[in-house]
Design a protein around this ligand. Structure first.
Ligand code: ATP
Length: 239
């Protein structure tokens, strides 16, 4: 064990007979950010869910020096490891304000909701509206606002740009980037690979559940093979 905030060794996820994630290993030091990219069905969400405790997995999982492999998801969240899932995981029948208050309750100190409302005025305007009646983009902002209040040590963030207009994507990435500047550790799954690499200096690429690249975002971008295969690059040539 080398003291990373998160230490994942040989994590493997199976759904019935299908192996969705195979021998996934990763060490994240406190404050580091890592992008996790790959095609649809590559196993990215499965990796995040397994680390967060939402699905069963084999392998070894340590967080802040503690073996968390057998802890339920809520205890991992209490310890500071939180997932914002694809589909956001907000409470549809509660208002914006109630959802945010729950996020605050998960945090280690009592904070005002104002910073979230200041950053996302759209949520302030609708604070008593039921979350389930918000647009997809607004729900994404709410999920992020809630996590801003919970202040996790490690955030597992699944496709924050999905379904958002470009301006909203900018807002979301600014908020995430600010949390990272304040010392939060981040594992980011993102279809928009350029966005992810822009934020994270390191990247892992999954293909059919297996890790096919792990290294610096700069090296990933410099490889025309990786660019063509995973970054949507059209200018593939010899490496
Ligand atoms: P996407 O980018 O499309 O969200 P992903 O990389 O996040 O994909 P996963 O959602 O982890 O991929 O899925 C990996 C594989 O596991 C896929 O083949 C998927 O169909 C399968 N899978 C995911 N969840 C289940 C489940 N609950 N039961 C059975 N198979 C599943």
């Amino acid at each position: 064990m080398n003291g990373g905030l998160l230490d994942v060794q040989a994590l493997t996820v199976r759904y019935g007979g299908i192996e969705a994630l195979t021998d996934f290993s990763l060490v994240l030091q406190e404050g580091q950010t890592m992008a996790l990219i790959g095609a649809n069905g590559a196993g990215k969400s499965s990796a995040l869910k397994a680390i967060a405790g939402g699905i069963a997995a084999t392998g070894r999982l340590c967080f802040s020096g503690q073996d968390i492999g057998r802890l339920p998801a809520w205890q991992r969240a209490r310890a500071g490891l939180m997932l914002v899932p694809e589909g956001r995981g907000i409470f549809a029948r509660l208002s914006i304000e109630e959802n945010l208050s729950l996020g605050r309750a998960l945090g280690r100190q009592r904070v005002a909701l104002d910073p979230v409302y200041d950053r996302f005025p759209r949520l302030a305007e609708r604070r008593y509206q039921l979350a389930g009646t918000l647009s997809g983009g607004e729900q994404q902002l709410l999920a992020l606002g809630r996590v801003m209040l919970a202040r996790p040590r490690l955030l597992l963030l699944d496709e924050p740009s999905m379904g958002l207009a470009p301006q909203r994507v900018d807002e979301v990435y600014e908020a995430v980037s600010d949390m990272v500047s304040e010392g939060m550790t981040l594992l980011l799954v993102e279809q928009n690979a350029e966005r992810a690499l822009g934020l994270c200096p390191r990247v892992m690429i999954l293909e059919s559940g297996r890790t096919v690249f792990s290294g610096s975002s700069a090296d990933c971008r410099a490889s025309s093979r990786l660019r063509a295969a995973y970054l949507g690059g059209e200018d593939a040539g010899a490496d």
